[in-house]
Design a protein around this ligand. Structure first.
Ligand SMILES: O=P(O)(O)OC[C@H]1O[C@H](OP(=O)(O)OP(=O)(O)O)[C@H](O)[C@@H]1O
Ligand code: HPA
Length: 155
């Protein structure tokens, strides 16, 4: 976490930084990450869902909570727990881009590197992940396992 926090700190030498955590999956990662970033920042959340109880994306990303914080003119760092098909990111990047941020960066704890169509690269990646269904450290299957203090595979 220290390396990722240092990398992010160095990437934003100036300007307002808003760290936007994508819930629910990023709740543990986000709280560890913001404490490893050593510069002033604001935190808000976005709630989206596309998996429900399934292990494959429904393809439809539902936005359940939209951040109240003003995004215009700020560096936005969107924090994801995992990038899998990339559909969630693709749709959220389009939505957030319309709000005229100064920049839009993406940070993911885990990246499966499946998505070849991602228009917006994931700039900060914690770990490359296997093509397996992962749970723990915020990640769920049917709302279970989020509390595990480690990441495990269900395969
Ligand atoms: O790259 P993708 O295939 O779009 O998958 C990644 C997204 O799927 C999961 O969210 P989910 O919809 O399960 O909601 P959750 O965060 O509440 O678990 C995960 O937290 C990511 O946000
Ligand atoms: O591997 C995964 N685990 C949990 N949630 C997910 N959402 C997309 N991929 C995954």
């Amino acid at each position: 976490m220290k390396a990722l926090g240092d990398e992010i700190t160095a990437a934003y030498p100036d300007g307002e930084l808003l760290v936007l955590g994508l819930l629910k999956g990023s709740f543990i990662f986000l709280s560890d990450l913001v404490r490893a970033i050593h510069r002033p920042l604001q935190v808000d959340f976005l709630v989206a869902s596309s998996y429900g109880d399934a292990m494959v994306s429904s393809g439809m990303v539902r936005l359940l909570y939209d951040p109240e914080t003003q995004l215009e003119g700020k560096h936005i760092l969107l924090v994801e727990d995992i990038v899998d098909s990339g559909r969630t990111l693709q749709q959220l990047v389009e939505l957030l881009g319309e709000r005229k941020p100064r920049s839009l960066g993406i940070c993911a704890l885990l990246h499966k590197h499946i998505a070849s169509h991602l228009k917006h690269p994931v700039r900060f990646v914690g770990f490359d992940a296997p093509h397996e269904f992962l749970v723990g450290y915020g990640l769920d299957h049917a709302e279970n396992f989020r509390h595990l203090p480690y990441v495990a595979s269900l395969q």
